[in-house]
Structures are given as structure tokens and as C-alpha cells.
Design a protein around this ligand. Sequence first.
Ligand code: G16
Ligand code: MG
Length: 215
Amino acid sequence: DIKGFAFDLDGVIADTAKFHSQAWHNIADQIKVTWTPTLAASLKGVSRMDSLELILESVNRQADFSLAEKQALAEQKNNEYQLLIAKLTPNDILPGIQAFLDELRQHDYRLVLASASKNAPGILENLKVTEYFAAIVDPGLLKAGKPDPEIFEKAAQALHLPTNHVAGIEDSAAGIQSINAAGELSIGIGDLPEAQIQFDTTNEVSLAGIRAQLD
Ligand code: G16
Ligand code: MG
């Protein structure tokens, strides 16, 4: 049975995607890449440098920038992103998630954060939910990002649990693939047919809702 929960951050705990998008949109304008909703959606759950590669690939311009230029663009994006997330407060926690965190704590489940974001520790602090988490996987130490299972395997290790005793909760297809490949119970928020447990929005997530789908 499930003893621990591995949480994605962006799209599950807070809607930071709008800030990532705003910061990348400005970079795209600056380098004259057309910003589209499809491009924005493709960056969900993807690491910072891989996001920049996807933006350049969308117009076949990966070769137009040196590594140093790419690093400078990624740093500029991150500086703007950090100004935006500095304003986050507990009011920015997605609906239903504070109650779910409280419910999990009440029932002694162990929690770990499995986010691709290097800014995750600061975001949890601003949302005032750091204390709920026994561990945060360091995305800087990963060989491969989502959909590779590594991040959710490391999450289970951080809780000292075998992966089949962990449930992963995600809003991206790449994240659900990562959870499934790690052998954990996958809980999807949104239209994610590959998830074993499915909820339309964060507001519906609860232990009773999970149990109802397991029976
Ligand atoms: C998040 C976002 C991605 C972002 C990535 C890296 O992942 O979904 O859009 O590019 O983190 O963020 P940073 O530039 O802060 O390191 P997740 O896994 O929380 O959904
Ligand atoms: Mg996410």
C-alpha cells in the first residue's frame, strides 16, 4: 500500500507556468521567435535549458546561438522568473492542495517534492508549505528529466520507500510517464489518460477520491 506521495510543483501545488511563460515569452520576442500557445504548453515540466532548446527548435534556429549565448538567455529568463515568483504567497496555492497536504500529514504519509525546477525550494518557502516535505529532489543532480523515471525513483529513495509504496502526482504527460516508468501509482490532474488515478482539477484531489478509483 501507499506510504508516501511525490509531488510535482508547477501545475499541482501552484500555477507557476504563467510566470515561466511570461519570462520565456519576453526572451522569444527578443530573439524574434513567434510565441504560440502550443510552444508554451510544450515547456511544461521541461528543464530550463531544454525549454530554451525547444523554443529555438520551433523555428529551426538551434544552431544560431553559441552555448554561451544560450546560457545568457537562460540566465536572463531565470532572473525575470525570480522577480515574478518573489511575489508568491500562500494565496497562490492551487485550490484544494492545502487541504490535501493537511490530510496527508494527518494520516502520516511522507511527502517529497519531484519538481524539475531549481527554484522549487524558494517557491515552497513563499507558499509556506516547506515543512510538509521530508525531502526535495535536487533536479541539478539528474541525468535525465521527465519522462525518464529518474526523478520519481530518486523521490522514493529520499523517503526510504520502494517505488511501489509511493504515489506520484502530476499535471504533465511527461510527468505521468515518469511516474509510471518508476513503478509508482500515478495520479494525474487534467486530461491525462495514461494516469492510473485521474482528477479534472486540483480541487478534487483527496484520499477518498483516490481510494474510490482504486476499488
Ligand atoms: C517546472 C516547469 C517547467 C520549467 C522547469 C524548470 O517543472 O514546469 O516549465 O522549465 O520547472 O524550472 P527552473 O527554470 O525554475 O529550474 P515542474 O517539474 O515543477 O512541473
Ligand atoms: Mg507540472
